[in-house]
Design a protein around this ligand. Structure first.
Ligand SMILES: NC(=O)c1ccc[n+]([C@@H]2O[C@H](COP(=O)([O-])OP(=O)(O)OC[C@H]3O[C@@H](n4cnc5c(N)ncnc54)[C@H](O)[C@@H]3O)[C@@H](O)[C@H]2O)c1
Length: 239
């Protein structure tokens, strides 16, 4: 059976690699990003990819994506933005709202839209992309950390409440990855010092190493895995 896979944040580092892997494995992929040029490039490159320019925070855009997708078998909520690593008293409300909207409300909107169809058909798979900042307190700013903890919670709630109806919901929690997101401008000074000090940090992962985990969790080989938050961070979380 050909699966339909939605990948958000498809024009970014992890997203592009995920689209390539799913399309290469014979899935039909709906590639979603606010970067219209990026999704067009992907659709031009792969016959089985439909590109949809959309903002994951906009309910109308999300409804448009679902309409274009039809039956969705796998949803990969990967779109995300990083904050300026500000602590709670430093990060302003604008930044807080933007981070929560993209990193948490976006995945919620997609889950809200795809789950009814998945439930009707008796099953479906959700793979969210959070961060080790969704499992620990000191890996990013307050806004990013809160948004990714929220995404882990959403993932586990879906697994717990809908697992008995055939829904598998898991979340990948990467450490740092060699993508565009690593370049953080205007980091707060205390955060910059902290980054310098942390010498135990493993080198950043390649996007494909994160995609290995995403593809596995989306596969039938992971049929017994539900409600898991999987760190993919080279062991950094063990400290
Ligand atoms: N890069 C890292 O070091 C790192 C570490 C841990 C977790 N992550 C997570 O991995 C995921 C992928 O990140 P990446 O490294 O590929 O980053 P990236 O910046 O290369 O890609 C993110 C993509 O999301 C898209 N996007 C952002 N806001 C959007 C919106 N409102 N609507 C639609 N698309 C939107 C961007 O256009 C971009 O193409 C993110 O959820 C990120 O939080 C990244």
């Amino acid at each position: 059976m050909t699966r339909t896979v939605i990948v958000t944040g498809a024009a970014g580092g992890v997203g592009r690699a995920a689209v390539a892997r799913f399309a290469g494995a014979g899935d039909r992929v709906v590639a979603v990003d606010r970067d219209a040029e990026g999704v067009r490039t992907l659709a031009d490159r792969y016959d089985s990819v439909t590109g949809v320019a959309a903002d994951v925070t906009d309910p109308d855009d999300v409804a448009r994506v679902i309409a274009a997708a039809g039956e969705v078998h796998v949803l990969v909520n990967n779109a995300g933005v990083i904050d300026r690593l500000g602590r709670a008293h430093e990060a302003g409300l604008d930044e807080w709202n933007r981070l929560l909207a993209v990193n948490l409300t976006g995945p919620y909107l997609f889950c809200h839209e795809v789950l009814p169809g998945m439930l009707e058909r008796g099953g479906g798979v959700i793979v969210n992309v959070a961060s080790v900042a969704g499992l620990r307190g000191g890996r990013a700013g307050a806004a990013y950390t809160a948004s990714k903890h929220g995404l882990v919670g959403l993932t586990l709630n879906i697994a717990a409440t809908l697992g008995d109806q055939g829904i598998r919901s898991n979340v990948v929690c990467p450490g740092s990855i060699r993508t565009g997101m690593q370049v953080v401008d205007h980091v707060f000074p205390a955060a910059a010092e902290g980054l310098q000090r942390d010498r135990r940090k493993p080198p950043p992962a390649e996007a494909d190493e994160i995609v290995d985990a995403i593809v596995y969790l989306a596969s039938p080989q992971a049929s017994r895995i539900n409600g898991t938050a999987l760190p993919v961070d080279g062991g950094f979380i063990a400290y």
